[in-house]
Design a protein around this ligand. Structure first.
Ligand SMILES: [Zn+2]
Length: 231
């Protein structure tokens, strides 16, 4: 996307309200820079079953990956980033917040913001991921004009969403599916997670969401496609 007003990083939330039934499912592969010891103790921040289901159902998807996640799971980052079903976008290296007061996340100093995003792209390259797109999702979705200004040198488009799946810490896949099915409109962008420990029922929800939206005439697209056909 072209730069926003005053050179700020542009922000994309959904395609313009149209009649074409397209929807983009996005999956945040969260892992915070300080969670290495938890991963070493056995906590799983990945979700291979979810990725496998998206592949099997042929659902084009965008994975917003943190650099720290790619370092923890380089083989998966490479496999996702070489599979045409997926594209990898940037969810920061550290998963620290780009704005104060964001769900208790540690806050990144302003002067480190662009470097944190670049460091994630470097981690994707180091893992051998190829299908990487210049989109960025703020950790927690939290941002302000200072953050948009600081990220301008990184030349990314910030990507938010219009449908919250509610999969974080959910215990009931059907409830997540119902929330998504109730919220999707033509051109919607849905936020979900690819992090088993924090979003354990996402794969089950997907198995319901995908056939039901297809039955309603929806086509799944990556964010790049949703954005390309924009307005
Ligand atoms: Zn996140």
């Amino acid at each position: 996307m072209a730069p926003g007003p005053a050179g700020l990083t542009p922000v994309f939330e959904r395609a313009p309200q149209g009649t074409e039934k397209r929807v983009a499912l996005t999956f945040d592969a969260d892992m915070t820079a300080d969670q290495g010891p938890r991963a070493a103790a056995g906590e799983r921040f990945d979700n291979p079953a979810l990725i496998e289901t998206l592949r099997r159902l042929k659902v084009p998807s965008t994975v917003f990956m943190t650099g720290r996640w790619a370092e923890e799971y380089p083989d998966q980052a490479k496999a996702i980033g070489n599979d045409p079903v997926f594209e990898i976008a940037n969810h920061s290296y550290s998963h620290y917040s780009f704005k104060p007061d964001c769900y208790g996340l540690p806050v990144l100093p302003q002067k480190e913001m662009a470097a944190d995003v670049e460091r994630a792209f470097a981690a994707f390259r180091a893992a051998g991921a190829r299908n990487v797109v210049p989109y960025f999702r703020f950790p927690g979705g939290c941002y302000d004009d200072r953050a948009l200004q600081s990220l301008a040198p990184a030349k990314v488009t910030a990507v938010q969403w219009d449908v919250v799946s509610g999969d974080a810490f959910a215990k009931d896949g059907d409830a997540v599916a119902e929330q998504v099915l109730a919220g999707v409109k033509p051109g919607s962008l849905v936020v979900m997670h690819c992090t088993r420990s924090a979003a354990p029922v996402t794969e089950a929800a997907i198995r319901r969401i995908v056939p039901e939206l297809r039955a309603r005439g929806y086509r799944f697209v990556k964010v790049s496609e949703l954005m390309a056909e924009r307005g």
